[in-house]
Design a protein around this ligand. Structure first.
Ligand code: PLP
Length: 422
């Protein structure tokens, strides 16, 4: 659309005579480029539009139960009922976040042992989801004046890139996943991280690496912790799947090891998956530093970053999580349900491995070795695309699948389709 935006006084450059003319200018958005859909969300949308009743969506990172639904935890339902009954106001919660949520989350992630040792040096700010927490963490790191860069794994979750670079921090990659062994390329990783220096930040997935499902072993975490101490880089832990790997405490083994050894650690934790609070945007940025002053400084910086980006934190999810974490009955119900989900994912992994191996005669043992919801099937881009067009089986071009979207109804179809393109 072209609009007449004004009547301007125009002066003839030769005669100097002034006369008015109508100016035709484009509207603000007329030439604004239309961006392509997000690589992951776009595929999920394509699957929704696919009329094939046998279609299967393995693209998006959401826990699905046997019925193909993303369930609301029973503890969350109960907390929600009481919150609705008792809530007196929708006034803003404090800018740092809901106190019960902050305390419960710090204890869940950092752990009581570390808290006893370093309670004063822990600062935390509620954030809109794990993404908001990554962003707040990156903003505080940027504000520290570091001229260093942020090292991310190759591959990593693609959203890390815009979340971090939009603060002005530069990225570098370290080798992480080896498609030949379907595991961590630890030699490559430590060789690359050998160049990380004081002032650099190394982003590590706390557990259940997205997109590969390949996690560091305990010994490997120990090596990374020693490197952080010797080289002086700052670890930043993205913790989006605590409780989806081996259990709530086992999944933060590496994170807590770093806390025992390294003076500064940044953590971005999400409750989207492990409390099923996806749409409620519930996360936390935690800064563990050397003392109380640095904790206060990081919190003040994170609150300022929040204020200039979105002002105040969303309340609903954090109020629910605060109730679940601080109430013994709700907490044990939540932990039991989460453990059941984790077991289901691990059973799906073994089952899927067995069926793929007997249908193809190939080795898929890596599927059962990995943690969390994701796995690369090791297919080519062309094979992944054929599966979409010929079999209505949707996975990312990288052949990353969400194991939790498998169920007894679709498993055979998925195995059959995958084997057909091998
Ligand atoms: C690795 C990783 N980090 C962070 C997140 C953050 O998720 P959210 O912002 O929905 O809490 C996700 C979600 O998929 C993720 O996979």
């Amino acid at each position: 659309m072209t609009a007449v935006v004004g009547r301007l006084l125009h002066r003839d450059p030769y005669s100097g005579a002034a006369h008015s003319r109508v100016s035709l200018e484009t509207t603000m958005f007329e030439e604004l480029p239309i961006l392509p859909p997000d690589s992951i969300l776009g595929l999920a949308a394509a699957c929704r539009a696919d009329p094939n009743p046998d279609k299967v969506d393995l693209t998006i990172g959401i826990y699905m139960d046997e019925a193909g639904l993303c369930p609301v935890f029973e503890a969350i339902k109960q907390a929600q009922r009481s919150l609705v009954e008792e809530e007196q106001t929708k006034a803003y919660i404090p800018p740092q976040g809901d106190p019960a949520f902050l305390d419960g989350m710090i204890e869940l992630v950092v752990g009581s042992e570390h808290l006893a040792a370093r309670a004063d040096s822990v600062g935390a700010v509620q954030a809109p989801g794990g993404c908001g927490a990554v962003r707040l963490g990156a903003e505080v790191l940027k504000a520290s004046g570091t001229g260093g860069k942020v090292w991310i794994s190759d591959p990593s979750w693609p959203v890390h890139v815009p979340l971090i670079t939009s603060t002005g921090l530069a990225l570098s990659e370290y080798r992480y996943y080896d498609p030949q062994t379907h595991g961590v390329n630890f030699e490559g990783m430590i060789e690359d991280l050998g160049a990380a220096q004081h002032g650099d930040i190394v982003l590590l997935h706390g557990c259940c690496h997205n997109p590969s499902g390949a996690d560091l072993s305990r010994e490997q975490w120990e090596t990374v912790a020693s490197m952080a101490v010797e080289q002086g880089f700052t670890p930043m832990i993205d913790l989006a799947y605590q409780g989806f790997g081996e259990g709530l405490d086992a999944d933060v083994y590496g994170l807590r090891l770093l806390l025992s050894n390294v003076s500064e650690v940044v953590i971005a934790a999400s409750l989207s998956k492990n409390m099923g609070l996806y749409r409620e945007r519930t996360g936390i940025a935690i800064f563990v530093g050397p003392d109380a002053r640095t904790a206060e400084a990081t919190v003040s910086q994170a609150k300022a970053a929040a204020r200039r980006n979105y002002s105040m934190p969303p309340a609903h999810g954090a109020l629910l999580a605060g109730r679940v974490l601080s109430n013994v009955r709700l907490r044990s119900s939540w932990e039991a349900e989460l453990a059941t989900m984790c077991e289901r994912i691990n059973t799906l992994r073994t089952d899927f491995q067995g069926r793929l191996e007997s249908a193809s005669g190939r080795d898929f043992s890596f599927v059962a070795r990995e943690n969390g919801m994701f796995s690369f099937l090791g297919l080519t881009v062309e094979q992944a695309r054929r599966l979409r067009s010929e079999r209505s089986l949707y996975m990312l071009d990288s052949s990353r699948i969400n194991i939790a979207s498998l169920n007894s109804d679709n498993m055979d179809r998925v195995v059959d389709a995958v084997v057909s393109v091998l």
